[in-house]
Design a protein around this ligand. Sequence first.
Ligand SMILES: Cc1cc2nc3c(=O)[nH]c(=O)nc-3n(C[C@H](O)[C@H](O)[C@H](O)COP(=O)(O)OP(=O)(O)OC[C@H]3O[C@@H](n4cnc5c(N)ncnc54)[C@H](O)[C@@H]3O)c2cc1C
Length: 422
Amino acid sequence: MKEINSAEFEKEVLQGGKVILDFFSTECPPCEALASKFEDLAGLYGNDIKFLKMYRQGNRELAEKLAVKSSPTLLFFDNGKEVADRLSGGVKKSEIVSRLDSMLTDNRIREIRSQIKPSVSEYDVLILGAGPGGLTAGLYLCQSKINTVLIDISLPGGHVSTTHEVSNYPGFIDPQPGYLLSHNMSEQTKLCGTVYKVAVDITSVDLVKKEVVIDEFETVKAKKIIIATGTSPNPTGAPGEKELKGRGISYCATCDAKYYNDKDVVVIGGGNSAVEESEYITRFARSLTMVHQFDKLTANKQAQEKAFRNPKIRILFDTEPRSFARSGDKIVTEVENVKTHDSKTLESDGVFIFIGFKPNLGMIKDKLELDQWGYIKTNEDMLTSIQGVYAVGDVISKKYRQITTAVADGTIAAMAIAKELD
Ligand SMILES: Cc1cc2nc3c(=O)[nH]c(=O)nc-3n(C[C@H](O)[C@H](O)[C@H](O)COP(=O)(O)OP(=O)(O)OC[C@H]3O[C@@H](n4cnc5c(N)ncnc54)[C@H](O)[C@@H]3O)c2cc1C
């Protein structure tokens, strides 16, 4: 593995055979998350593929020429030509491996795989999920000098990192950009000394043995586990939704509203998230049609009044989506009135879906006691039905899901665990 500069690009990359090039920056959490994966893979693939790094800010002109717009960005070259899709942001090891493998023969891939040595690491506490609940638990445990690891399938921050503005987190007079609040939470926990393993694939979870395998070959063991995996948006399940996800159908206004400047948008839902996010979307969109299954909005009164006052928003009550399809640049949403059964089609530039959430339990749900909606039952110490396994935040059975309630749960679980480990 070697760091190069733009003067060496021609020789090292364009005439360098098979190359992976990492454009990195300083003060860049996703770059830090990538660094150890890059180093591990250099150890495995280094005889076949050259692993190079380039400091993006110090080689700005070349980065711009190559249209590298964010850090980290990974580029794959063979004989001077880019040969695989670029990777950026929270890059997973498996994503890099699949691109490196595509540059080698099957035999060589088998030989490399046979050299992989599984690793095992041990901690006092393993936290699954680095949203506000997991980060707060990590902070309290770390400040109690308890050896803690935080594992996340994505980058740290959870839902807050994609929330446009947070105006109800105590201690801040002005609304805080969600990404900044979550970044500060994450840095505070990391600086304390909590170990981060983020943007990883979870291969298996054994709650009884307290073992989690990540990226196929890395076993992480602990005395206690905290599940803080939050929730994911519910899909409508209507035909066409899966196919158009990320290609005209979105579940995140902060991430995607900016692409709909002066465009027409459809929003499915009528609860708090739908109404609040619609307000935000209309900063960009020309018109917004809200499709809501009941005859009244279910958002709080203040949010409802704002929506009714907004001239860009019209609401179709008693209406549900039946299918989504693409027609040229447009998304065609077929909707049905649930009372009259009349159908019609809505043509828009994009569709946002905000119809509630489901707990992220994936491979762990069958082993825990859950409530009727599939959320984890806990006692007042956040202990689940399995000894030594705690759960906090949106993933647990409770009435109110907010940042403040998630951080409170994280605090309680950490203090209970600290007392037990004492
Ligand atoms: C659009 C929107 C706006 C909101 N606005 C506000 C607001 O203004 N104020 C407020 O107080 N609350 C708000 N909330 C609610 C708030 O964001 C949540 O209550 C809070 O983020 C819950 O924190 P958490 O740690 O439980 O879960 P999350 O924030 O969901 O974090 C869970 C983490 O777990 C990770 N994960 C998922 N599955 C796995 C797995 N199998 N293994 C490992 N990691 C995993 C995820 O990648 C994520 O990082 C909003 C929510 C949304 C969706």
